[in-house]
Design a protein around this ligand. Structure first.
Ligand SMILES: NC(=O)c1ccc[n+]([C@@H]2O[C@H](COP(=O)([O-])OP(=O)(O)OC[C@H]3O[C@@H](n4cnc5c(N)ncnc54)[C@H](OP(=O)(O)O)[C@@H]3O)[C@@H](O)[C@H]2O)c1
Length: 321
């Protein structure tokens, strides 16, 4: 089968497309998915560059990719609740060596759900990790309530663009940090206030916030404590807590490790099909340009998501050419 693989760690130039990758099968508790499109995330770059080696060493050649949307083509032993031919989306294991940048990928049944019916495969492939990250942070960790104020960092990015929409749906006032070029985009998602992270200091402009969602880390994280109320919530996708500050302000701090689960994906499916959450797909690359897709995510300042299309679907029928 066709797949984008690496034979050693390195920059995106080590990612090569082959037509001869062995077909994976569905192990116990997995389904095999015929991938239509695969979403690209910063973690795919991390894996490619060997910066996730402390989590797992890859066996080479390894197929990269986590997020996907596609069609179930085989059920592993003991699988119930899914059927061959079903449209699904979710997360393959990017560290298994059998990721989603391929025509077929094996997926644990705990990490996929029925695809939203109101959107196509390419749009759905942009959702899993970012939408679940936003849902886990705002609903499960922060328990955001209507009338509260939240600052979402990196509002034009994959996770930030989901978080703004979800925060508005929950009835909160939303401030966000983004470049000036992105101001109209983040306002269109529902942001009430936009702070240009290149020219303005959010920590001098905002105060008494109930929550901060940090998708940036570093200095951005360090300055975020200052704008929170006592007892406020800070969820960071990148940074561990400053224990002294957490204690001083009695904060609810979470260093989030996102877990893409069937339950959270099912919530996202509902929100998407109700028209509440929308994935903004910035650019779609064919599988042959998987390396360019990673490079674009790294340097192109995408607005929302970058997706790799594995198989084009025309009028509901996969294009076999
Ligand atoms: N812990 C976990 O389980 C987990 C899971 C998923 C993701 N993550 C991490 O979460 C981070 C965000 O992921 P993502 O998919 O949303 O990435 P993304 O799509 O690349 O978005 C990042 C956004 O941050 C913006 N940004 C950069 N510097 C900024 C600053 N100083 N202030 C405000 N915004 C800034 C970027 O804007 P411009 O491009 O316009 O500069 C971009 O829109 C990544 O580092 C990723 O590795 C962690």
């Amino acid at each position: 089968m066709k797949a984008a693989q690496i034979s050693g760690y390195g920059g995106q130039e080590v990612l090569k497309v082959t037509a001869d990758a062995p077909q994976p099968t569905a192990a116990k508790g997995q389904v095999l998915v015929e991938v239509r499109s695969a979403g690209v995330n910063p973690f795919d770059i991390t894996v490619c560059e060997g910066r996730a080696r402390q989590m797992a060493e890859l066996n080479f050649p390894a197929t990269l990719g986590g997020d996907f949307a596609g069609v179930v083509s085989e059920l592993g032993e003991g699988v119930t609740g899914f059927e061959v031919g079903q449209d699904v989306y979710g997360q393959a294991s990017p560290l298994s060596g059998n990721g989603s940048f391929a025509e077929l990928t094996p997926v644990k049944t705990t990490q996929l759900a029925g695809k939203p019916t109101s959107i196509d495969f390419t749009t759905a492939a942009g959702l899993p990790l970012v939408s679940v990250s936003a849902y886990q942070a705002l609903v499960d960790h922060m328990n955001l309530q209507a009338g509260q104020k939240i600052l979402v960092h990196g509002g034009a990015g994959g996770i930030g663009s989901m978080a703004i929409q979800l925060a508005k749906h929950l009835g909160t006032y939303v401030a966000t940090t983004a470049r000036t070029d992105e101001a109209d985009f983040v306002k269109s998602l529902g942001a009430d206030e936009v702070i240009d992270y290149e020219t303005q200091d959010f920590s001098e402009l905002l105060k008494d916030y109930d929550a901060v969602f940090d998708t940036v880390g570093g200095e951005t994280n360090a300055k975020s404590y200052k704008i929170l109320k006592d007892g406020g919530a800070l969820v960071s996708m990148l940074a561990p807590p400053d224990e002294a500050l957490v204690k001083q302000k009695n904060l609810n701090y979470t260093a989030q490790f996102t877990q893409v689960t069937t339950e959270r994906l099912a919530k996202v499916t509902e929100l998407v099909d109700q028209g509440i959450l929308k994935a903004n797909i910035d650019k779609v690359f064919p599988l042959d340009q998987a390396a360019e897709a990673l490079e674009y995510l790294k340097t192109g300042h995408p607005r929302g998501k970058v997706v790799i299309q594995i198989k084009e679907v025309i009028n509901g029928v996969p294009d076999e050419t």
